[in-house]
Structure formats: C-alpha cells, structure tokens
Design a protein around this ligand. Sequence first.
Ligand code: NAP
Length: 312
Amino acid sequence: MIDTSKVYNSVIIGSGPAGYTAGIYLGRAGFKPLLLTGSLLPGGELTETTLVENYPGFPEGIQGPDLMENMKAQAEKFDVQLESEDAEGIEDGENGCKIVKTHLGNIMAKTVVVATGSTHRKLDIPGEKEYAGLGVSYCATCDGFFFRNKKIAVIGGGDSALTDALFLTRFSDCVYLIHRRDTFRSRGVLPQRVQECPKIKIEYNSLPVEVLGDGEKVTGIKLKDKESGNERELQVDAIFVDIGSVPQTGFLGNYLELDPAGYILTKDSSSLTSKPAVFAAGDCADPVYRQAVTAAGSGCKAAIDAQRYLLN
Ligand code: NAP
C-alpha cells in the first residue's frame, strides 16, 4: 500500500526495463524504492512483443513478456515496492521534497526516476480511430490470433513492423507489409527474412490514406503510391500499425525541460534532468537508441545518480 504520510527515498515511475533496473539497483542498495508500474500496461511495451533476440544473456532469445516477468521478480527480490498506479504529475514540495501526484493522493519523495517509456504512434488517417479494436490494432502479439486465416496488413518499415509481419505469418498466409519508402529503416537480418518469406507481400512507396470498413469491422486499406500519386485499395481484415512511438511525458506538463518531440532532456550523458533530484531513464528520454538493453542501462545510471544525490 502507498503511504501518503511518509517521504520515500525514491519513487520510480514506469515498469519497463528502465524502471525495473532502477528499482533493482536502488532496492539492492537498501533504499526501498516505490515503483509505480502504471495501471494500463505494467511491464511496458516489451509485454506486447514476441521473441527478443538481442537482449544479452539469452542466446536462444526470450519472449518479451517473460523478460519483463523476470525483471519484475528480480525487483521484488530486492524489496522494491510495486504499486499499479499512474503518476499524474510531479511538483516541488517543501525542503527539496518532490511530490508525485496520483489519483490516490500525493506521494512524497526525496528523489524521482521518470521511466515512463513511449507509446504507439498513430497514423492519424480517417477510419483509424473508428476501427480501433475492430481490425485496427497496435499489438500483433495481443491480437494476431484473432485474425487466423485472414488477410492482414502491417504498416511500417522499422524493426517492429518487420518483426510483427514475420510473427503474423503464423496465423495468415497473406500478410501485406506496407512501407512508405523503397528501403526499410530496419537493418540487419530482418529485411532479408521478410523479403524471402513467401507469405509476406511487400508494398513499397505506399502511404496509407484511409482505413476502410463496413461500419462494424475493417474491410481494407486505401493506399497512395508515393511516386505516381495513384490510389488503390487492398482488401484486408486487420491492420497492424507499427510506425514507431512517442514519449509518454504529457503528464509532466511544463515541470521538466523536454525537446520539441517531447523527450525529456538530460544533462551530458547522465540521467540528470532540468530539476534536481529528478532523473530520467529509458525511452522517455531517448529519441535515438530505444532498445531494451539501452533502457536497462539508463535505468542503472538513473539509480546511481539518485543514490549519489541521496547520499550527499
Ligand atoms: P521506428 O524504427 O521509428 O520505425 C518506424 C517506421 O514507421 C519507419 O519505417 C517509418 O518510416 C514508419 N512511419 C512512421 N510514421 C509513419 C506514418 N505516419 N505513416 C507510415 N509509416 C510511418 O520504430 P520501431 O520499428 O517501432 O522501432 C523503434 C525502436 O525499437 C528502434 O530503435 C528499433 O530498433 C527498436 N526495436 C527493436 C526490435 C528488435 O531488435 N527485435 C524490435 C522492435 C523494435 P520511415 O522509415 O520512412 O521513417
């Protein structure tokens, strides 16, 4: 239970690799941190992925949800208090104390680690909102099963889109991979795997312009050829939108300095933000790398920075 009368050494906001790693370090150092996991997606975006092949220590790969369960168990082992709450804002309190606002009340802390990650970017085209949950999905792991033997479109050209297109061939023999350019952003082994997969049809230079439906469910997608400007329709039953992410920093308002895209600005290569005693880690402060392992590494940095602040 959250104790709103006590001052916590550290409140960590977010339960992705950054948040859990910060928790493991601060917990292991004896600071008994409180970690707000968030109410919607505890464990963060990795709980929505399938096989993670590039997190060191797992030569055969590990399923994203299993990786997050392991991190959670490790945090609990080191006395991290986990609460499924959302932070609604941060304010400065008295005597350097920070106040984390939640719907249960204000939580007081000597230090705060913001590790709120990022959320799915939307296409912002007609029909997307209307058919969200009726064929438009942002999570192949969660929803792929519902479209067994159906025609599926995956939008995007990054690692997420290519990983999901391959994953969705477990359910469908007809997966369109729709990318707005003629080369993938994704590098490494994935482009070759999708190009060689007979179940995947790649539609290059194709801009999604409208989600089509019959009022109850998705029936297709309208695409515009980037070069000719011609529009065409593809009949599909599901559209998986995999076009990157935006940082979850809206709840901060103007409390911390952010870059124009909303990422938290940190000082030099540390986790220090524009406010003393408030540290940032993971995707919410990283417009560049955005990997599970870099998020975990930055969670470690934030914990060490917070620990130094607490010991001074
Ligand atoms: P990303 O790398 O930012 O790629 C987003 C893709 O969506 C790009 O191809 C982009 O096109 C396209 N896009 C963006 N806005 C669009 C729009 N409005 N309409 C159509 N297409 C649009 O995002 P991500 O794939 O989610 O990956 C995020 C990070 O996670 C990356 O660092 C990635 O390496 C990492 N990741 C790693 C793995 C793995 O290693 N297993 C798996 C998933 C993600 P352009 O190319 O034209 O910009």
